[in-house]
Design a protein around this ligand. Structure first.
Ligand SMILES: *[C@@H]1O[C@H](CO)[C@@H](O)[C@H](O)[C@H]1NC(C)=O
Ligand SMILES: *[C@@H]1O[C@H](CO)[C@@H](O)[C@H](O)[C@H]1NC(C)=O
Length: 422
């Protein structure tokens, strides 16, 4: 595989001054590409389709295509093509460790279906993997990319596996939700910082220490600490000056209803002596309580002091994945149509940025135009269908009115769907 592990070279330095060329060589020539897949001819020899879910007839087929709308019909990728199916495919690259290196994981993904629930993420795997058996249970090192489900989940996953446990990023990173191609980039640096980019724009960044719970916390509340006996944490106390008014307890809760009258047909002998029904007493104010005042001795809420966590042991290799060896897609899709392209595993964010510009960046405007054209055509088809079915009704009397109605039908149907979803 010539594309793997290739070193970039300045191809034509004649056009740039020597100084610029030198600085470019210094900044670019060290770029290492561990894996790059643009899904040109021959891609099938580099990727292994898993047999996962095949015997249950639940393994979906990949379509090698540029999709229904694109910026270049000759630039193909792989697209999920069957609804309600599992998808698993992977490619191997020469094993490497990202120790002392920046790790860049990037790919383009387009959800041509209006994705309402499904993933568009990829995985990096380590060690030895039986690619024919690659599936949902296969351990992975990094899972990264968009995930959409209903209105609540529209996020970029960044799951790191540490000590055999998958850890989700704690920060919310919204993903793109339209039907166009987007480039997702994950950058992990040897200083344990990371960045997440969408379409070459940084959307999130921070540290592995703070944004994932990979290690136990550095500081904990001192479990030995106790609240001092004389610690007054009552913010308000009953006012010692406040006294119960005299006669307060003599006010009855209920009083006889003075408006009630003995019924005319009341028979004292048969019905017993008549007494007026009772009603709540408007004078009654409930049990007396002294009013509250600010406690002059209030010391605030007691908090245990923080101490160094004895279980915390720093790991200077927190960011290191020592045996990265495969890239894969493993998905469940209710509605198919997700197209992957331009997969990159590298050590150079600048190289990744250039690749994104050369692929997604060059094509995005044409793709958007093609998408809008396709949308317009579907709208017209829907309209034509509506008029056709009208004609079939043979209802010529108020055909004009019907036409008007039908024009609004697609919209109102959509509105209904929205209401139901919420
Ligand atoms: C593959 O994608 C193309 C473009 O969207 C489409 O025309 C074709 O029907 C798809 N093939 C399959 C088998 O889904
Ligand atoms: C690794 O996981 C095991 C089992 O869950 C745990 O006992 C151990 O403390 C963990 N080590 C680190 C460094 O997190």
């Amino acid at each position: 595989m010539a594309m793997v592990q290739r070193r970039l070279q300045i191809i034509n330095p004649n056009f740039v001054s020597l100084a610029v060329a030198l600085s470019l060589i210094i900044s670019i020539s060290s770029a290492k590409v561990f894996f790059e897949e643009r899904f040109d001819d021959g891609w099938e020899s580099r990727w292994v389709k898993s047999d996962w879910k095949k015997d249950e007839n639940m393994a979906g087929e990949w379509n090698y295509t540029s999709g229904k709308w694109n910026g270049d019909p000759n630039d193909k990728g792989i697209q999920t093509s069957e609804d309600y199916r599992f998808y698993a495919i992977s490619a191997e690259f020469p094993e490497f460790s990202n120790k002392d290196k920046t790790l860049v994981f990037q790919f383009t993904v387009k959800h041509e279906q209006k994705l309402d629930c499904g993933g568009g993420y990829m995985k990096l795997l380590s060690g030895e993997v039986d690619q024919k058996k690659f599936g949902g249970d296969t351990p992975y090192s990094i899972m990264f990319g968009p995930d959409i489900c209903g209105y609540s989940t529209k996020k970029v996953h960044a799951i790191l596996t540490y000590n055999d446990t998958n850890h989700l990023i704690k920060k919310e990173v919204p993903c793109e939700t339209d039907q166009l191609s987007h480039v997702y980039t994950f950058v992990l640096r040897p200083d344990a910082t990371y960045s997440i980019l969408i379409d070459n724009v940084e959307k999130q960044s921070g540290s592995l220490y703070s944004d994932w719970d990979l290690l136990p916390p550095k500081k904990i509340k001192d479990p030995e600490a106790k609240k001092p006996e004389d610690w007054d944490d009552k913010e308000f106390i009953p006012d010692p000056e406040d006294k119960k008014p005299e006669g307060y307890d003599d006010i009855p809760k209920e009083i006889p209803d003075s408006d009630a009258k003995k019924p005319e047909d009341w028979d004292d002998e048969e019905d017993g002596e008549w007494t007026a029904p009772t009603i709540p007493n408007p004078e009654y104010k409930g049990e007396w309580k002294p009013k509250k005042i600010k406690n002059p001795n209030y010391k605030g809420k007691w908090k245990a002091p923080m101490i160094d966590n004895p279980d915390f042991k720093d790991d200077p290799d927190l960011y290191v994945f020592p045996n990265l060896k495969y890239v894969g897609v493993e998905l469940w899709q209710v509605k198919s149509g997700t197209l992957f392209d331009n997969v990159l595993v590298s050590d150079d964010p600048e190289y990744a940025k250039k690749l994104a510009e050369e692929t997604w960046g060059k094509q995005k405007d044409a793709e958007k135009a093609a998408f809008e054209e396709a949308e317009k055509n579907t709208e017209e088809e829907t309209k034509d269908d509506a008029v056709d079915s009208d004609a079939e009704d043979g209802d010529s009397d108020d055909a004009e009115n019907d036409d008007a109605d039908d024009e609004f039908k697609p919209d109102s149907a959509e509105d209904d769907a929205h209401v139901e979803y919420y």
